[in-house]
Ligand binder design. Structure first.
Ligand code: UT7
Length: 331
């Protein structure tokens, strides 16, 4: 049986550190509020002129090096982001050009916090079908340009950061390692509980001065609604994905959850009865990096020497859409 394995992993974050103190000079907030509500201490922001495909390029290079491959080995690029370089074309095309290759297919996945897992499940299906053999799956974000740093946007602005993570997915026939099960879900009734109307195609013209006045350039979130649904759906995923993969909760070495709020992940751990030490986190240093958060955390755990061959990892995410998704993988 062919399974997809993670042949290489890499990540990259921009060098500029922005602390909670830094943000408290821009808006009415405090280190104490941000830490206690979310677990975040600092995040990285990209400088002006840096695109998400630039961050993705560094992460992709690291993943390719880890896989002992070069860009010309790739058959396909799948790029997950909510902060693409431009409205179109997709950031995958910009990344492909920056990697110095041509002709291989590129597609963008616009699924916000679950984007990387939607991209990974798509890559897995391509590989198992035999259509492609070496797929670069990237999650990258430059969100710091689209945050409202006034008091109006403080509930959202303090949570997000920039960064990128990537894996190279390849086929493997040893029957042990690789992706065992994936799930993709969505509930569009909640599409406006976390959204940004910057591109409202029903408007003629698309961009009006009123949009700027009304703050339509900024993301909006019903924080408590998102929080409640996240805990419920993520806990459901832990049970359903382990069941689908035919493994027990006790078999899981690490849960690698999307980093939206440390309180969400601790509640999920408690709800499903998995020790909280098994829920890895990096939200303290990076905030919520949306599509980048899971590959970034995976890469950091890998490079810190935490992951051993054969470890069972459960990747779970919930976010805007609402969408939620999971991948069970034997490392
Ligand atoms: O990855 C995408 C998915 N996103 C998420 O999963 C986020 C889910 N939601 C959350 O993480 C939480 O709802 C937040 C961290 C956003 C907010 O935490 P909360 O405990 O739900 O706080 P709240 O919204 O109930 O706000 C409590 C108070 C409010 O003041 P009043 O009305 O009680 O006077 C807010 O105005 O905190 C105020 N507040 C702030 N105060 C200081 C909101 N943002 C801030 C801030 N600094 N940045």
């Amino acid at each position: 049986m062919v399974r997809s394995v993670i042949g290489g992993v890499g990540s990259y974050v921009p060098p500029r550190v922005v602390t909670n103190e830094d943000l408290s000079r821009l808006m009415t907030t405090s280190d104490e509020w941000i830490r206690s509500r979310s677990g975040i201490e600092e995040r990285r922001f990209a400088d002006e002129g840096v695109y998400c495909s630039d961050l993705a390029l560094e992460a992709a290079r690291n993943a390719l090096e880890d896989a002992s491959m070069t860009p010309s080995d790739l058959d396909l690029i799948i790029f997950a982001t909510l902060s693409p370089d431009h409205h179109f074309p997709g950031s995958g095309c910009f990344l492909q050009a920056k990697l110095g290759i041509e002709s291989v297919g590129c597609m963008d996945v616009r699924n916000q916090c679950t984007g990387f897992l939607y991209a990974l499940a798509s890559a897995d299906a391509f590989i198992r079908s035999g259509m492609y053999r070496r797929i670069l799956v990237v999650g990258a974000e430059v969100q710091s340009s689209a945050l409202d740093f006034s008091d109006r946007g403080r509930d959202v602005a303090v949570l997000f950061g920039d960064g990128a993570g990537a894996v190279v997915l390849c086929p493997c026939e040893d029957g042990e390692r690789g992706i065992i099960a994936s799930e993709l879900h969505a509930d569009g009734r909640y599409a406006k509980a976390l959204y940004m109307t910057i591109f409202d195609i029903s408007r003629k013209p698309l961009v009006t001065p009123e949009m700027i006045e009304e703050g339509d350039f900024w993301p909006r979130m019903e924080g408590k609604v998102v929080f409640k649904h996240a805990v419920t759906r993520l806990a459901e995923l832990v049970h359903s994905t382990t069941r689908k993969g035919g493994v027990g909760l006790g078999d899981i070495r690490y849960v690698i959850p999307h980093q939206a709020n440390q309180r969400i992940n601790l509640m999920v751990a408690e709800k499903v009865g998995i020790p909280k030490e098994k829920f890895l986190s990096n939200i303290q240093k990076h905030g919520n990096t949306t599509a980048a958060s899971i590959p970034l955390l995976l890469d950091q755990a890998y490079r810190a020497g935490k992951l051993e061959r054969g470890d069972l990892l459960l990747l779970i995410a919930f976010g805007s859409g609402f969408t939620w998704a999971s991948t069970l993988v034997r490392w």
